[in-house]
Write a protein that binds this ligand. Structure first.
Ligand SMILES: Nc1ncnc2c1ncn2[C@@H]1O[C@H](COP(=O)(O)OP(=O)(O)OP(=O)(O)O)[C@@H](O)[C@H]1O
Length: 513
């Protein structure tokens, strides 16, 4: 093996364990390929409307070289040569890389998943297993049996799913969004993929993830990507995954529910536990599969008494149904989100310290669209085109150019997009349907739908109270601030918020429960 081979092998071992959304990854590709590296292919970390990963020449070149070197090294092993520990580890990484690209990356997810036909799954697994044996039997690799192969297959399938969800769903070419993709990957695998594969793949779900960021910046999207990318064991005897990954996500919008309902939805209840509980009910924590996640949207809304119970779930993984005393164990992952300043709420006594710190073990922040465009104004073009592909696939190019022209002509260059990507999506949709878009700023909605009604004397005292409370809430963002201004109690404010009006004020569709 010459110096170039040694350098390639060393770098590829690092690359095999690196975060594909990091800048480090591009640097490693550059090192591994040397003069052959194509600098014009520098976009792995940010998907553009014109780039797809499999078309990247650098990846194709790397795969080709890795393939060729893996076969050479395998022949040496078969001829009786032995590798020292370091070389053996590098060979393991090289073989893993090759197995991924030959058997997993080239497959569509539903060719491998639990939903695939038995015949398809059988073929994919058998091909993987037989090449795994070719690479590893007779080597010093620890545990090169069927179970070890099944575990590696499961990990590589997880990598495939995570990559697809993050790369395809979290759009944006700016640096803040590139960092977001990198963070999401770390939430799934940590920063050390090798350690994850070795020992963390089952226990990492015990760490909750907290996603913060303004409304409409993709917090739910991020939560879904994490939930759908959890580890699933592969059973080599049955030749199938233990579960279907597609039903792993359970979202719960806490702001739309009363405290009693939240408690019952989350923990379940026993028949007769409270008025109206006329049958036993399984809560979301109980229904969540071990590889799944419960997503608690608007965690800042959680009542203090439920915060205590949730803390117990996070610390001890246990909870009780309402009206029961026997403890049950929660098997999945908790993902929470908020667009409020949870640290400030903790300091003002509205959110428990212990729960806050527990949730912060893994923190992700979604950037506002304004921050993305400040970093890279041209990112708007790519986003509009990708959103247009989602909205009207057959008309994406024409719709995107119509939308971009309309935006350039009618909105100020520094328009802040207060509803973020959700608003941009709505703008593109409106332009498709009506050929124009009218931003729903708080001032406009208030003038058109509320003050105008008040001026014409149409509102009852109750409607007036609800509208005013909602309008203030949209401005201030907390019940406390509204309560203080209106000189009424926080709970009354909460009960008066009109969700439909709030959604309009925030430029977003009404929340579902
Ligand atoms: N980075 C992104 N890439 C692609 N789509 C995005 C992105 N961010 C947001 N969106 C889209 O914007 C819409 C709103 O996203 P989502 O519901 O995840 O936002 P959110 O931050 O959870 O909002 P809220 O705080 O109001 O619940 C969705 O249609 C989502 O697909």
């Amino acid at each position: 093996m010459n110096a170039a081979d040694t350098q390639f092998l060393e770098t590829l071992a690092k690359l095999n364990n690196s975060n594909p959304f990091s800048r480090e990854r591009l640097e490693l590709e550059r090192q591994a390929l040397g003069d052959a590296y194509r600098p014009d292919d520098d976009e792995l970390w940010s998907r553009t409307p014109h780039t797809r990963l499999k078309e990247r020449p650098n990846v194709a070149l790397l795969t080709e070289r890795a393939d060729e070197m893996a076969v050479r090294m395998r022949e040496k092993l078969q001829a009786g040569e032995t590798f020292d520990r370091q070389l053996q580890e590098q060979y393991d990484a090289l073989a893993t890389y090759v197995l991924y690209y030959r058997h997993v990356a080239v497959r569509k997810i539903d060719e491998i998943a639990g939903t695939a036909t038995q015949a398809k799954r059988h073929r994919v697994w058998r091909e993987f297993w037989s090449e795994y044996q070719l690479f590893f039997s007779g080597t010093a690799r620890v545990g090169h049996d069927r179970q070890a192969a099944a575990h590696l297959f499961a990990c590589l399938f997880q990598v495939r799913r995570a990559f697809k969800h993050i790369f395809d769903c979290i759009l944006g070419e700016s640096l803040p969004v590139a960092r977001l993709r990198e963070q999401v990957w770390q939430s799934i695998f940590t920063h050390d993929l090798q350690r994850y594969r070795r020992s963390l793949y089952h226990s990492l779900r015990e760490l909750p993830t907290l996603i913060t960021g303004p409304s409409g910046t993709g917090k739910e999207l991020v939560a879904r990507s994490i939930a759908m990318s959890q580890y699933l064991s592969f059973d080599p005897e049955q030749e199938r995954f233990v579960e279907d990954h597609s039903c792993a996500f359970t979202p719960l919008n806490l702001s739309a529910l009363s405290p009693t309902l939240i408690e019952s939805e989350l923990f379940g209840h026993r028949r007769g536990a409270f008025t109206g509980a006329d049958a036993d009910r399984v809560g979301w924590l109980e229904a969540c599969r071990p590889h799944g996640a419960v997503f608690l949207d608007e965690i800042g809304e959680l009542d203090m008494t439920i915060q205590v119970k949730l803390l117990r779930v996070l610390q001890q993984r246990t909870y009780c149904r309402i009206g029961e005393s026997n403890e049950r164990t929660f098997a999945g992952k908790i993902i929470a989100a908020t667009n409020r300043d949870l640290a400030a709420e903790m300091h003002s006594g509205q959110f428990r310290h212990d729960l806050f710190y527990r949730l912060c073990a893994d923190l992700i922040e979604t950037p506002s669209l304004a921050a993305q465009l400040a970093d890279r104004p041209a990112a708007l073009e790519g986003l509009v085109l990708l959103l247009a592909e989602r909205i009207a696939p057959g008309e994406a190019n024409t719709l995107a150019s119509e939308a971009l022209q309309w935006i350039a002509k009618n909105l100020p260059a520094d328009y802040a997009w207060p509803g973020n990507i959700r608003e941009l999506e709505q703008c593109v949709r409106n332009i498709l349907v009506r050929g124009e878009y009218r931003p729903h700023t708080p001032q406009q909605v208030s003038r058109v739908e509320w003050l105008a009604n008040a001026e014409s004397g149409k509102l009852s005292a109750e409607q007036m109270l609800r509208s005013y409370a909602t309008w203030l809430y949209a401005k201030h963002g907390t019940y406390e601030a509204v309560a203080k201004q209106m000189e009424i109690d926080r709970r009354t404010v909460k009960s008066k918020i009109d969700q439909a009006m709030l959604a309009k004020l925030q430029g977003s569709p009404s929340k579902r429960a």
